[in-house]
Design a protein around this ligand. Structure first.
Ligand code: UD1
Ligand code: CA
Length: 453
C-alpha cells in the first residue's frame, strides 16, 4: 500500500532556549528531524510530508535533500490542524503515518509492525503503558477492550487520568477515511486546539478497526522538549549503539564511554579504549586497536592497525598493520600504505605515505607523495606553502631524511637518497646522493669565554 508519512515539526520548542529550531538539535550527530526523515525514507513507497512553522526556514533548508513535500503551518493550532494542512497533498488510496520531528529514536522495525496491520478499514495506533502517564493522551477502551477514544490529559476525567496506556502520538490512518475525519475536527476542548487524537473516536464510530502496536522500548517514543531530555536520549542512543558494537564482536573497555555520531563499522576483534569519538562514516578492519581519547572522522582503518591515545584522524585512509600515535593528527587526504608508522606530534595532510615508511616524531608532512621504506627524522617539515600557493614534495623509495630537515616545495628526493640532519632542501636530490644543506661546523681552539664586567 502506498504511504504518506507526515512529520510534524512546526512546534516552538521554547524550553530549548535556542536560536535554532528544536528539531535541528542533534542526537548521535544528526538533527532529530533528519533522523526521523531517514527512518521514514526506509519504509517502502513512502511519500514524505514535512510540516514546518516556527523557524521553518531553517528546518526546510536543513532537510532539502530528502525532497519532502514541505507544508507550512505558520500559526500552529494543534496536531489535527497540522494534518489538515497536509490533507490536500495526501494520496487517494493508502494510509497516512504521522511522526514527530522531536521523537528521534523511533525505529523502522516498529513502523513496519504498524504498516503490516494497515488496511483501508484499519487505524493503527502506537501506544505504550507508562507508570507515570502524566501529560499524555490516554487510550480509552470499552468493555470488549476495543479502543474507542483518546482523551488528552487536560480534558480527562479522574478515572481516565488513572489509565496507564498512553498515546505516543504516532498513528497510521487510512486516507479514504482520514480526509473526512480531519474536515470534521473542532477545537472545542481545554486547549482550544484541533486534536489529531479526536479522529480515534470518529474511527470507532465509523466501525473502523482500531488496533494497537507497542514500541520495543520507551526511548523510541520519547520526545525532546528541553536540553535535559536531549542529553538523556543522546545517552540512550549511545548505549544502544555500544551494545550493537559488542554484539558484533568489538570489545569496548567501557560501553558508557564511547560516542558514535554517525556510523561505525567494526571488523572482528576490534578493541576500543575509553573516550573515543567516531564521527561520520568510520570503518575499522579486523583486529584494529584504538587507545583512549581518539577522535576518528570519516576514515577507513585497515586490519591490525594500532592507533594509540589522543590521535585524531579525519578524511583519511589507513592501510593494514599501521602504527599511529600517540598524539598524531591525520588531516584530510592522508593515505597510509600498509605497515606505515606515524608517531607522536606528527601532522599529515594530503599525504601519501608508502609501505613501511616511518614519520615517527614531531613532523609536518603536507602535499606529499612518499614512497616505501622511507625514514623521516624527527622534526622534519614540508614547507608546502609559499604564502600564496601550495606545492608538492615527492620522496621516492628508500630515502633517509635526517632530523630537522626542511623540504622546501616543490622539490623531489630520488630513490635511495640521504639527507643530512638540519638540511634545508630547495632543489632535487638525485638517486643515492647525499644532500648536505646546512652551514659547516667551525670549531675554535681555546675559546676565551666572556668575563662579567
Ligand atoms: C500529543 C498528543 C497526545 C500524545 C502526545 C505524545 C494530540 C492532540 N495529543 O500531545 O495524545 O500523548 O502528543 O507526545 O495530538 N505540532 C505541530 N503543529 C501543531 C501542534 C504540534 O507541528 O499545531 C508538533 C509539535 O512541534 C510537536 C508535536 O507536534 O513536535 C506534538 O505536539 P504537542 O503540542 O507537544 O502535543 P502534546 O500536547 O504533547
Ligand atoms: Ca499541546
Amino acid at each position: 500500500m502506498t504511504q504518506d508519512i507526515v512529520i510534524l515539526a512546526a512546534g516552538k520548542g521554547s524550553r530549548m532556549k535556542s536560536a535554532f529550531s528544536k528539531v535541528l538539535h542533534k542526537v548521535g550527530g544528526s538533527a532529530m528531524v533528519r533522523r526521523v526523515l531517514t527512518t521514514a525514507s526506509a519504509l517502502p513507497n513512502a511519500k514524505l510530508h514535512l510540516v514546518v512553522g516556527h523557524q521553518g526556514d531553517q528546518v526546510e533548508a536543513s532537510c532539502q535533500d530528502f525532497m519532502a513535500n514541505v507544508v507550512w503551518q505558520n500559526d500552529p493550532q494543534g496536531t489535527g490542524d497540522a494534518l489538515r494542512r497536509v490533507a490536500p497533498y495526501l494520496q487517494d488510496n493508502g494510509a497516512t503515518l504521522t511522526l514527530y520531528g522531536d521523537v528521534p529514536l523511533i525505529r523502522a522495525s516498529t513502523l513496519e509492525k504498524m504498516t503490516a496491520l494497515s488496511t483501508p478499514n484499519t487505524l493503527v495506533l502506537l501506544t505504550i503503558s507508562l507508570d507515570n502517564p502524566t501529560g499524555y493522551g490516554r487510550i480509552v477502551r470499552d468493555e470488549q477492550n476495543k479502543v474507542v477514544a483518546i482523551v488528552e490529559q487536560k480534558d480527562a476525567t479522574d478515572s481516565q487520568l488513572a489509565i496507564k496506556e498512553v498515546n505516543t502520538g504516532i498513528l497510521l490512518a487510512p486516507n479514504s477515511h482520514l480526509q473526512g475525519w480531519l474536515a470534521a475536527l473542532t477545537n472545542n476542548n481545554a486547549q482550544g486546539e484541533y486534536y489529531l487524537t479526536d479522529v480515534i473516536a470518529m474511527a470507532a464510530r465509523d466501525g473502523v478497526d482500531i488496533v494497537t502496536v507497542h514500541p520495543e522500548n520507551e526511548a523510541e517514543v520519547a520526545g525532546v522538549n528541553d536540553r535535559i531530555q536531549l542529553a538523556a536520549l543522546e545517552r540512550e542512543l549511545q548505549h544502544q549503539q555500544a551494545i550493537t558494537l559488542m554484539q558484533n564482536g568489538a570489545t569496548l573497555f567501557d560501553p558508557a564511554r564511547i560516542d558514535i555520531r554517525g556510523e561505525l563499522t567494526t571488523g572482528q576483534d576490534v578493541i576500543i579504549d575509553v573516550n573515543c569519538v567516531f564521527e561520520g562514516n568510520v570503518v575499522l578492519g579486523n583486529g584494529v586497536e584504538i587507545g583512549p581519547n581518539c577522535h576518528l572522522k570519516n576514515c577507513l582503518i585497515g586490519d591490525n592497525t594500532i592507533i594509540k591515545s589522543n590521535t585524531m584522524i579525519d578524511e583519511s585512509e589507513v592501510g593494514d598493520a599501521c602504527d599511529i600515535g600517540p598524539f598524531a593528527r591525520l588531516r584530510p587526504g592522508t593515505v597510509l600504505a600498509n605497515n606505515a608508522k606515524i608517531g607522536n606530534f606528527v601532522e599529515t595532510k594530503k599525504a601519501l605515505i608508502g609501505e613501511g615508511s616511518k614519520v615517527n616524531h614531531l613532523s609536518y608532512i603536507g602535499d606529499t607523495e612518499m614512497g616505501a621504506n622511507v625514514n623521516v627524522g624527527a622534526g622534519t617539515i614540508t614547507c608546502n606553502y609559499d604564502g600564496v600557493n601550495k606545492h608538492k614534495t615527492q620522496v621516492a623509495d628508500n630515502v633517509f631524511i635526517g632530523s630537522n630537515t626542511s623540504l622546501v616545495a616543490p622539490v623531489q628526493v630520488a630513490e635511495g637518497a640521504t639527507i643530512a640532519a638540519g638540511s634545508t632542501i630547495t632543489k632535487r636530490v638525485g638517486e643515492k646522493q647525499l644532500a648536505f644543506a646546512r652551514a659547516r661546523q667551525t670549531n675554535k681552539d681555546n675559546w676565551p669565554r666572556p668575563i662579567k664586567k
